[in-house]
Structure formats: structure tokens, C-alpha cells
Design a protein around this ligand. Sequence first.
Ligand SMILES: Nc1nc2c(ncn2[C@@H]2O[C@H](COP(=O)(O)OP(=O)(O)OP(=O)(O)O)[C@@H](O)[C@H]2O)c(=O)[nH]1
Ligand SMILES: [Mg+2]
Ligand SMILES: [Zn+2]
Length: 355
Amino acid sequence: MNQYCDLHELGWSEWFAQRADCRSPDTVARVAAVDRDQLVLVDQDGSFRAKLAGRYLHHHHLNQEMPCVGDWVCVGKQSGDDFGVIHALLERRTSLRRKSAGTTTEYQMIAANVDYVLIVQSCHFDFNPKRLERYLVMVMEGGAEPYILLTKTDLVNPTVLATQLAEIESIGITAPIVPLSNVTRDGLEDVKRLLQPGKTYCFVGSSGVGKSTLINQLVGRDRMVTKSVSGTGEGRHTTVRRELIRLDGGALVIDNPGMREFGILGAESGIASSYSDIIAFASRCRYQDCSHAGEPGCAVVAAVHAGEISQESLDSFIKLKEEMTFNDMSYAEKRKKDRDFGRYIKSAKRDLRGR
Ligand SMILES: Nc1nc2c(ncn2[C@@H]2O[C@H](COP(=O)(O)OP(=O)(O)OP(=O)(O)O)[C@@H](O)[C@H]2O)c(=O)[nH]1
Ligand SMILES: [Mg+2]
Ligand SMILES: [Zn+2]
């Protein structure tokens, strides 16, 4: 994060100024990353570490009450000290979150105070309009604006891409779509044009679709860790934490670990890496909606037989997916209520503008 910038350059606006009521001598800072019980904050003087005040932890227990990347907080810091104590969380203007499995009151936060969410899918293997819709609902509900990025266009022929674009439009999705390749750099300028200084952009999408690679291209150097896995372009779970960074052009971007669609929002936990193996194999199953329960052409079951995945991790993965189906029920209900999805999106957008 750049040193010595104005709070506005970190995304601060009148909206927050009107609601900030930090007790003196606390000042406001933005959460750039969360590492277990420590947070990385940024303010006009640069970045520093901080932890939550004991009193705060005592009074707040829900997931969504804990500061997440993108949040603004009130923090006490002695001048010259490089460690802060967080006393309060400022109201969120927008939030990107999902319901936790099996509870109605708790949410898993992905990021806060995001202006735009870039939903990233690869047009090679990962393309899935249903999942795209689920992301769109999540974005709209959180109050941010969506963009759709289709990566790895170098791996499909143009007619495949054209069919995918047509399919997205045919189901009533009106969000702007940018096809791109991190390899040929086609479309990169289109992405850059979307990015405005002082606005916050959160990248979401499955593991391996090229989120970090894209952010590195935008930064102009290798800021995020990416992993080369195979010539076919499938990736494994590489990014392990969310992080807010400021691009030279002034836009603020948040990288995310993949696999959101499975709702493993605590994807930082150890099990995530074994699931990402399963997901990598699953992308090669014959059927896109394969449940890995004996369908023909199932690459996951084949990998179990080959000893590349253990039966136990497959079992827990399937169990987790069942929970996620439960998670998605609210989405199904929403769809029933509002059969015309396009209309739903439009009204959500109207609500947003009315805010
Ligand atoms: N052919 C091709 N490969 C790409 C493209 N973008 C990324 N890759 C490759 O895909 C793999 C995964 O890329 P990452 O950027 O690590 O993916 P990610 O979305 O950040 O993945 P997670 O951090 O696990 O969520 C790497 O091997 C990249 O080199 C692309 O446009 N075309
Ligand atoms: Mg990544
Ligand atoms: Zn399968």
C-alpha cells in the first residue's frame, strides 16, 4: 500500500464521514487484510498491524460483526507506535457476504465497502451461468455493482466464447461482460478502463480462473502469488487470504481465494486445499453438474481409484456440497418469488440507485 496518501485515496467518502463517530483520540483506518487475530490496517500514514480490543470481542460474537477486508474501523494508536487497538467498526456501505450453512443469523463476510465486484469465470472448464446468477444475487444483495470477467479466452475457440456470451445474455443477465486472456493480454485494456481511482473492486470466482494473475497484470508486477499447474490452465487453490491493494492508477482491489461458490468461506482452513484438488478434478468430469456418485466419465471417482484423492476427503466434500445446496435454497426461493430474473436484477439495481 502506498505510503502517505489521503483517506479518500483509500476509498473514504462523505458517506463514511457522516457516520464515523470514533471516540477521541481514535482515528479511522481501513482493513487491508485479516491474519487470524491480527489485522493489517492502512491510513494516510501507511500500513500497520492492529488487534481487536478485548472489550470489542466481549460484545461481538457474530462473524459479520468482526472487521473484514475493506472495513473502516476506529483505532487507537500511540504516535510512533506501529501497533493499533481497534475499538469500533464503522457502518458498512456495502457488503459482500453469504449466509453461513444452517444458520439464519450469521453471515460469512467476503469483503466490505466494495463498489464493484468482478465476478471471474474462466470460459475454459469453469463457465457456469447458474453459478454466475448466484454470484450476481450475492452482489446485488450486498449493494455493490457487478461486472463479469470471462478469462482464458486463449484456450477456447471464438465460437465457444460467442456461445457463452449469448447464453449469459439469454438468461437475462445485464451486467457488463469483459472477455480477456491473461496470456495474450486481449481484453486487459477493457478491464483497466473499468477501474476508477478511489473505488474498491473485489475479485471473486472459482480457484484457478486467473484472478491473481489478472491483478498482477494490473499491478504490473508479481504482487499476488499464482501457481502454474498444468498446460491446460486449470488451477489449484493458491490465494489464501483476502488482501486490499492500491493500483498505481488509484483503484483499490481485493483479491480473494477461490471456491466461494461452495460456501467454504473460511477457505483459509486446512481442508480447503484438499477440496481444491477435488474441484480441479471435478472440472474434468463429463457432466458439469456431476455429483461424483457414480456418473459415467466422473474424473473425481477416477482420481479416488488412482489414489490421488482419499475417499474420506471426497465423502466430506460431498457432505459439504449438500450443506451448500441447503445454503442455496434461499436463492431458489428468491427465484420463485421473482421468476423473471432479469427483472429481479433490474429492480435490485433500481433499489441501489435509490439509496
Ligand atoms: N491459458 C491461460 N491461463 C491462465 C490465464 N489466467 C490465468 N491462467 C493460469 O491459471 C492458473 C491459475 O491462475 P491464478 O491467477 O492463480 O488463479 P486464481 O483465480 O487466483 O486462483 P485462486 O487463488 O486459487 O483462487 C495459473 O497457472 C495461471 O497462469 C489465462 O487467461 N489463460
Ligand atoms: Mg489467487
Ligand atoms: Zn464427477
